[in-house]
Write a protein that binds this ligand. Sequence first.
Ligand code: XLS
Ligand code: NI
Ligand code: NI
Length: 441
Amino acid sequence: MSEFFKNIGKIPYEGKGSDNPLAFKYYNPDEVIGGKTMREQLKFALSWWHTMGGDGTDMFGVGTADKTWGQADPASRAIAKVDAAFEIMTKLSIDYFCFHDRDLSPEYGSLAETNEQLDKVVDYIAGRMNEDATKKLLWGTAKCFDHPRYMHGAGTSPSADVFAYAAAQIKKAIEATVKLGGSGYVFWGGREGYETLLNTDMGLELDNMARLMTLAKDYGRSIGFTGDFYVEPKPKEPTKHQYDFDSATVIGFLNKYGLQNDFKLNIEANHATLAQHTFQHELRVARVNGMFASIDANQGDPLLGWDTDQFPTNVYDAALCMYEVLKAGGFTNGGLNFDSKARRGSYTPEDIFYSYIAGMDTFALGLRIADKLIADGRLDKFVADRYASWNTGIGADIISGKATLEDLERYALSKGEVTDSLTSGRQEQLESIMNNIMFNL
Ligand code: XLS
Ligand code: NI
Ligand code: NI
């Protein structure tokens, strides 16, 4: 088996004083933070599409990076990609990976042939995983958005034939996920939305999307998939309006169609930005509804209105993200998938390593800060004190359901003006505590 990155060895942890660009400064895989090792807390995953396939092609130009892995024909390239991916994961101490079916193996002449070729690649991956039990599948998914047949959507296509084709593709992708022991299966509604309501039966499209998810869930369970199904919210791009707009919208959808016990959320940072939410907001909405599961770690650019999928380097956001993860009890089936790509100008093989090191160190810092934030306790105590009126008296009576509307009227009439029951929100003081903790590592 050939080595693809001969001039790069296993990336060591050298600590914050190191100036070696090919070393971790903050990610120390076996160090225990918050009761688990960093590799268990962070569960980093490599994304097959960006890392193994993304060559920097954009709307204005062809690719800048060579992602052919030395192979001209698609079947040999698919196998070489597996070897290169395992080399990257091993060298970076990444235990997990994520894929779309077509990232592993492209489409061939017919669905039958496409499936047959995919099987070969999945079997090859299974063989590599057998030799190295540290490599695990975080989640799989089906690419039901790039081929022209999906121009009007897959589950929400006006054509029942296209729906059936997507169903067949998803069936196969679930089988591949199960075969590789995946703990998650993602639905990202790439073109499940609309461009104009003048041509759209929204009610039917939403019902059909739920029908497709229900069929997929029932089939997955029938072949022994015990992991979580995920929906990955995104408000727009490629369609103008996507149905899975944000966490709150998706949770409403899952509840309406009775999917809430099998589906949870995969939250992507850049999608939160596009929905004009913070990353932490999306995670909090998922968490308080018991629907938090997994993360697509990347970052957008607030000046740009599209999914730039940059490697995350914003430590502040990563810290607040890891705060939500720790408060949710940590990852179970989910993890941190780098749905991130090096910039088009960062085109050399080493840039793959520099960009992952940047992203992994950012989340390692985020974890260290979040752990300190919780241990420090000042923020949690402030919040607990702010809501203390709900623990006793009228607050406790409201929560227990004892107080009627008449009781509350009587209480308000006897109390008089209640503005004095409030205290300052202390936003600036709390932001300063956050800075204090961040820079006292
Ligand atoms: C695109 C999405 C996609 C999903 C997987 O914006 O982030 O990459 O994560 O289909
Ligand atoms: Ni994503
Ligand atoms: Ni995205």
